[in-house]
Design a protein around this ligand. Structure first.
Ligand SMILES: [Zn+2]
Length: 483
């Protein structure tokens, strides 16, 4: 009852503020418009520090013009004239950066964890708005448990009915039998089934696919061929298939990086996922400078396989890591909060530092992969045991890339332009340049100086319309874990 009432109240609040909200962007529903803080046919952001997403140094005292949803100009105030009739917004002390383009996102969150298998709850209400609030203006769902729902959410967001990011929707997981068992996943019956599944969901509008831990090489090969025939990319969180094998089969991207590679397990059987302990101990023993890992990195770069960093979810598995801030705990249901805190306390008590070492190794791998010319992408993977929450996680991922040794400007590029390039959307999003869609994050401070400033989001623009992150977050309070 309480839940239904607060849901109703949130909607009522939306329509009440809608009347005084701005009149532009007629495609937005009143419920979406309630979160709009800035909207004008011509917008001039002045006195802004600009981080353009390419990795270039920040530029001070910039003017950024937005017209009809697009960036029409960006440059020094001496060069860019503010057009007559533009609404001028003074951004002194603020930094403008591109909206995040993150590629391991989900519209679900871990629900009941049973010994016999998993069920996750779709977060179709809270996650789209939290992603937008966190500055993620384009997300690829890194696997879908409710692909019909994700496709409908994309349509609802694109039509302006609900607030949320632009979505690259991944079809259902391409998975074989065995652990981890999710009741919401179809188990493939062979290569023909893999091909049929890809073609069916591509026909319904899925624009990416993801292979999972127990797929066979034949199934993965068939899925990749079917997807590539339609110009669609395939990624994988693999185990049964090694990274070497997947690269040779033509996979486009590998999720999570080194910490799920089964390449280094001695005596690994083809098409079978060794148990977690075997993978973990092979990685604990792995020499980061040794020939096997360096050879794998060269092989992935040569095959043009991207790697998606998901440090956010790995961070939660070991002790001695910062706790979730209150603002994140506040969006969870009471049950989700307790479940997360209980598990976190157990990890802290046990004090096992295996994951402390593994997290460091993953960070070193990501640096080495990028240094070797590999395309490193950023994602957040809101799974694990619930310590990764959409939107907040996108900011945290950038901070963790900096902890890994990237400069803040490099980390921002990984989180913006690299993702756009991978998705083939870099002519439209991912950096700040004339002609691109005005997907922008405005933060107080200078994240190139102190990356923590990436959390000080004041406004998130999508297609030139500014949204108020605090209002979006407030509307999701107490919802994460339920819907
Ligand atoms: Zn995932």
């Amino acid at each position: 009852m309480t839940i239904r009432r607060s849901f109703g109240l949130a909607l009522a609040a939306c329509s009440a503020t809608a009347a005084v909200a701005v009149a532009q962007a007629p495609s937005l529903s009143p419920a979406t418009r309630a979160f709009v803080s800035m909207d004008a046919p011509k917008l001039a952001l002045v006195h802004a520090r600009v981080i353009d997403g390419t990795g270039a140094a920040p530029r001070e005292n910039q003017v950024l013009l937005v017209e009809r949803g697009l960036i029409s100009a960006v440059g020094d105030s001496a060069q860019v004239a503010v057009p007559a009739g533009a609404r001028v917004v003074d951004l002194a002390g603020r930094t403008v950066l591109p909206g995040f383009v993150m590629v391991h996102e989900h519209m679900f969150y871990p629900g009941a964890l049973w010994d016999t298998g998993y069920l996750a709850n779709e977060q179709g209400f809270s996650f789209p708005r939290l992603y937008l609030a966190g500055g993620a203006t384009t997300v690829r769902t890194g696997g879908s448990l409710e692909p019909y729902t994700d496709l409908e959410l994309r349509a609802a967001i694109d039509s302006g009915r609900i607030p949320g990011p632009k979505m690259d929707v991944t079809g259902p997981y391409l998975q074989g039998p065995g652990f981890p068992l999710f009741y919401q996943m179809h188990v493939l019956a062979g290569p023909d089934d893999a091909k049929r599944t890809v073609e069916y969901w591509a026909g319904l509008g899925a624009t990416s696919f993801k292979a999972y831990t127990n797929i066979t090489r034949d199934e993965l090969g068939a899925a990749i061929r079917a997807a590539h025939a339609k110009g669609i990319k395939v990624t994988g969180h693999l185990c049964s298939v090694t990274f070497h094998e997947a690269g040779a089969l033509g996979i486009d991207d590998l999720e999570h990086g080194l910490l799920v590679a089964s390449d280094f397990v001695a005596g690994k059987k083809p098409d079978q996922c060794p148990d977690d302990d075997a993978v973990e101990s092979s990685l604990m023993a792995l020499d980061m400078a040794g020939a096997p890992l360096q050879g794998l990195i060269r092989d992935l770069v040569a095959h043009k396989v991207a790697v998606t960093s998901t440090l956010t979810v790995f961070e939660t598995f070991g002790p001695h890591r910062p706790p979730l801030p209150d603002r994140v705990l506040d969006v969870m249901t009471a049950d989700a909060r307790v479940a997360y805190l209980r598990r976190r306390a157990r990890i802290a008590d046990r004090g096992d530092t295996t994951w402390t070492v593994l997290l460091r190794k993953e960070m070193a791998f990501e640096r080495a992969f990028a240094a070797a010319g590999g395309l490193l992408l950023a994602g957040t993977d809101p799974t694990g045991y619930g310590g990764v929450v959409a939107g907040f996680s996108n900011q945290r991922e950038v901070e963790l890339l900096v902890e890994a040794g990237f400069s803040p400007l490099e980390a921002i590029r990984i989180a913006t332009l690299n993702g756009a390039q991978y998705l083939g959307r870099d002519k439209k999003v991912g950096s700040l340049a004339p002609g691109k869609q005005a997907d922008l994050i405005v933060v107080r401070g200078d994240p190139s100086h102190d990356v923590k400033d990436i959390e000080n989001v004041e406004t998130v623009f999508k297609d030139g319309v500014g949204y108020d992150p605090e209002k979006l977050i407030a509307s999701a309070r107490g919802m994460v874990g339920l819907n």
